[in-house]
Design a protein around this ligand. Structure first.
Ligand code: ZN
Length: 46
């Protein structure tokens, strides 16, 4: 799932380890779903 932070406008890739929706860069707790026009299918399997 792709989200972007409303504060720093960074793309945030939420992983399963993240239980709460929160920006890992600035800590802002308001993330919005990435727009359908910006679909980034770059999934890395760690
Ligand atoms: Zn942020």
């Amino acid at each position: 799932m792709g989200y972007y932070c409303l504060r720093c406008k960074r793309i945030v890739e939420l992983k399963t380890e993240y239980q709460s929706v929160r920006c890992p860069y600035c800590g802002y707790r308001a993330l919005k779903k990435e727009r359908p026009t910006v679909i980034v299918k770059n999934v890395k399997a760690i």
